[in-house]
Design a protein around this ligand. Structure first.
Ligand code: CDP
Length: 230
């Protein structure tokens, strides 16, 4: 059976990665979390004092992009690939609110985007990939056979993310999480380079009131149909 490319875009905390992982697992496809790559570059900038709450040395980050080596390694126990930054597993560290508070500024930089988009396209060369992010259906794989655009209200999304951060024992407030979700939405959808937007041929899924099971069944049916028609 022919393999296809599945692109899942949408606002932060819309559950893209949950459904992308489920789809990849049942289809035997590779799942790529493109946001993890932007988060890892952000972590690198934080570790090297290039960015903090009210400071960002863009030129220094651009000059050092060659020193950032990103890779994914599949973790059998978890059932998905974890993010490595220069050989170190950073899967946990990149999910903090602190990284979330800087990542959209880093993702605005065209030099960063060029580097990551190229790597993402290489990972999808053979098809059989489910990739989630902000520009997958518009920029990374405009020819993807199946595209989804996920939405949900900001409050629903902030509640989901707050719960996730509490489960990790992160010391955060709901208000800060909501503020972060809203501010990233704004930066991500208004930036000049590859803003977050729905591709013309993407199927919009509002999952504010969908259970994970119902959401998965819906996307899986559409994926099976797209694969059968290839
Ligand atoms: O998990 P969540 O949906 O909150 O975000 P993410 O997918 O981990 O992405 C983190 C950030 O990276 C986003 O807010 C965007 O600023 C940026 N990003 C991007 O610009 N393009 C992508 N393809 C993926 C993420």
């Amino acid at each position: 059976m022919k393999k296809i490319t599945i692109a899942i875009d949408g606002f932060s905390s819309t559950g893209k990665s949950t459904v992308a992982k489920q789809l990849a697992r049942v289809l035997g496809y590779v799942y790529v979390d493109s946001g993890a790559m932007y988060r890892a570059v952000t972590l690198y900038a934080m570790q090297n004092q290039m960015i903090s709450k009210d400071y960002f040395d863009v030129e220094k980050l651009i000059a050092n992009l060659g020193a950032i080596k990103l890779s994914f390694k599949y973790n059998d126990t978890l059932g998905f690939a974890e993010m490595y930054l220069n050989g170190v597993n950073v899967e946990n560290e990149i999910r903090t609110l602190e990284v979330s508070q800087s990542v959209s500024q880093v993702a605005e930089i065209s030099e960063v985007r060029r580097m990551l988009v190229l790597q993402q396209q290489q990972m999808g060369q053979e098809k059989g990939v489910v990739m989630d992010g902000r520009d997958i259906g518009t920029v990374v794989f405009p020819e993807a056979e199946l595209k989804f655009f996920m939405t949900a209200s900001a409050e629903t999304r902030a509640k989901r993310r707050y719960k996730e951060l509490l489960e990790r024992n992160d010391d955060v407030s709901y208000e800060d999480v909501l503020k972060n979700v809203e501010s990233r939405d704004l930066i991500d959808s208004t930036r000049e380079d590859s803003p977050l937007m729905k591709a013309d041929d993407a199927i919009e899924i509002d999952n504010s009131n969908l259970s994970l099971t119902v959401q998965f069944e819906k996307l899986y049916a559409l994926a099976k149909n797209a694969i059968e028609h290839e």
